[in-house]
Design a protein around this ligand. Sequence first.
Ligand SMILES: *Cc1c(COP(=O)(O)O)cnc(C)c1O
Length: 373
Amino acid sequence: MTDLARATSLLTIDVDAIVANWRRIASLIAPAEAAAVVKANCYGLGVAHIAPALFAAGCRSFFVACLDEGIQLRKILPGGMIYVLSGPVGGAESEFAAHNLIPVLNSLAQITGWSAFAKAGSAAPASALHLDTGMTRLGLDEAELDRLAAKPNVLASVRPILAMSHLACADDDTSPKNNEQLATFRRLSGRLPAMPLSLSASGGIFLGRAFRFDMARPGAALYGLNPIPGRPNPMTQVLRLQGKILQIRDVDSPMTVGYGASHRVARRGRIATVAIGYADGWFRSLSNRGHGVIGGIKVPLVGRVSMDLTTFDVTDVPEALAHPGALIDLIGPNIPVDDVAAMAGTIGYEVLTALGRRHHRRWLSRATEGKPA
Ligand SMILES: *Cc1c(COP(=O)(O)O)cnc(C)c1O
């Protein structure tokens, strides 16, 4: 409790809601498997708390971005399949094997490297193959796939257990690119020996059954972001970010607020100074744009967001609610992450992964009631 009293900002992560979001997707796509994308520390929300809860709920396949994330996750999850999206870089094959990590092989060079490593006799784990169907980022293109298919023993030696691709426009169900990539994925994967296939992340899951194949790889949807922008969010919000009011100022015209004097006070009122700034991942582009909520009342963000502080016009909030020490909601049930992102001119993914290290963090779950790591 004293911890809470000392905190200047508070981030509460509802692990049970994340698990519920995973279960919802798992039952929606069954019998296809629901993996969980837990890269970037579960999009900033705390992989050490979330991955074990997903595993306990039955999730068995996890995706991270890079080797270090894989090694960290392996310590947390002795069981479970861990796929590393970047694949082995700079001769790291033996480290993949040592930690039982499944590399996603994105290029012929990575395939050759894994093949040589596996043939050298070490107990190399299986691998996944990434096919580029139109993202033009990672993966084998059609010509490279043809060269690989012409060397069946190289292909066999990397022991592929999954062929995957990634959609460029899955958040827009009117984009013709989705069906193009679907057709390309079918055609390219058809040149490989039969193996489980995976095309969709959060958005693709909602494009329909044809996009689900044997496994889907949701990330954002687990963390409450809307996988179908423009329609009601089928996922549950998992986050609450609260900033503490440090000071209340009585103001009147012609005063100005903050750097650049960008907010001019128009009437007698009150300004609350809150202990969150862009160093906490509260975007500077929210200056004079966003809002918070206190006691169910929307309070406009006024003036510039600075490194450690943000100011809100709390004139319309009773003094009993807006006082030094009171908490103001910046993200929460009434302010979804996606809305904050829209106000900041970015996407929910960036808001989540930017969430700062200074917030006092709490993870809510029945198993570990409020216990911080
Ligand atoms: C990040 C990522 C995902 C998860 O995407 P979401 O949109 O967060 O569901 C899935 N697959 C790949 C290859 C990724 O890079």
